[in-house]
Design a protein around this ligand. Structure first.
Ligand code: IMP
Ligand code: MG
Length: 174
């Protein structure tokens, strides 16, 4: 089916907000090293942009969990596809996600990471769809709260497409 993309948040708006979050994180983590944990693949664009705007020391790691298939509904299944390379002991972990939707992925992931002995674990998401929440998740840094629509761009895909868009768009089918 053909789909078109309508701009929801422009590149300028997203960049400006990431700069603000980067400044906030830099203040909150003064005197510490922040260990960014990127949830692949969606979180990668956001994490790179965010990391460049953080002024305290930063280290990075990546993990991949299964979430969506080729449609726009959550499978509810959370599976670790790629685990972190480094242990988390005594680190100030900041999980960087593209979007919190039902909250299933994140609640599972956060509990798992907390069991690995970090100093603390916080969550930073570019987008949040609060209306869709099924499982309660504490979000420490949010880029934007958005309505319940399927979005793409800035790492987010529809059937593996559109991750490279430098803005956030809504997928329209007509
Ligand atoms: P949750 O477990 O339902 O919170 O789902 C989180 C994951 O679902 C995100 O990390 C995305 O990969 C995917 N997802 C949720 N909503 C959207 C969307 O609007 N567009 C693209 N991917 C989405
Ligand atoms: Mg994701």
């Amino acid at each position: 089916m053909a789909e078109r993309i309508e701009v929801l948040l422009s590149e300028e708006e997203v960049d400006k907000r990431i700069q603000e979050i980067g400044e906030q994180i830099s203040k909150d983590y003064v005197g510490k090293q922040v260990h960014l944990v990127c949830v692949l693949k969606g979180g990668s664009f956001f994490m790179c942009e965010l990391a460049k705007r953080i002024t305290v020391p930063v280290s990075l790691d990546f993990m991949s969990v299964s979430s969506y298939g080729g449609d726009t509904k959550s499978s509810g299944v959370v599976r670790i596809v790629k685990d972190l390379d480094e242990p988390l002991g005594n680190k100030h972990v900041l999980v960087v996600e593209d979007i919190v939707d039902s909250g299933r992925t994140l609640s599972y992931l956060l509990e798992m990471l907390k069991d690995r002995g970090p100093a603390d674990v916080k969550l930073c998401t570019l987008l949040d769809k609060p209306e869709r929440r099924v499982v309660d998740v504490k979000v420490d840094y949010t880029g934007f709260q958005i309505p319940d629509e399927f979005v793409v761009g800035y790492g987010l895909d529809y059937d593996q497409k559109y991750r490279n868009l430098p803005y956030i768009g809504v997928v329209k089918f007509d």
